[in-house]
Design a protein around this ligand. Structure first.
Ligand SMILES: [Zn+2]
Length: 89
């Protein structure tokens, strides 16, 4: 039983420029599997926003990345219905 999942991702530290390659998330199944960016994006459909982080930079910087859930936009028909005074009828 793990407490986190790994994330396959690489980005430079915003302060010192070192390549950050060790990323984790606690918003998955926490079974120490390795998730891709695409898999994290899919998680947002079920879990809402997903956070992953790198905390192993040698300059001491902790980097959080938030993947926002895409909320479904109402269709034109639904918007018209919401604006209608008869929406509750
Ligand atoms: Zn750094």
């Amino acid at each position: 039983m793990g407490r986190y999942d790994n994330v396959a991702y690489e980005a430079p530290c915003p302060l010192c420029g070192t390549a950050l390659t060790a990323w984790q998330t606690k918003d998955g199944r926490r079974v120490v599997q390795t998730l891709t960016g695409q898999e994290l994006r899919e998680q947002t459909r079920y879990r809402g926003d997903v956070l992953f982080y790198s905390n192993r930079d040698n300059c001491g910087t902790w980097v959080d990345i938030h993947v926002r859930a895409r909320r479904p936009q109402p269709t034109r028909k639904e918007r018209a219905r919401m604006a209608s005074p008869y929406m509750w009828s």
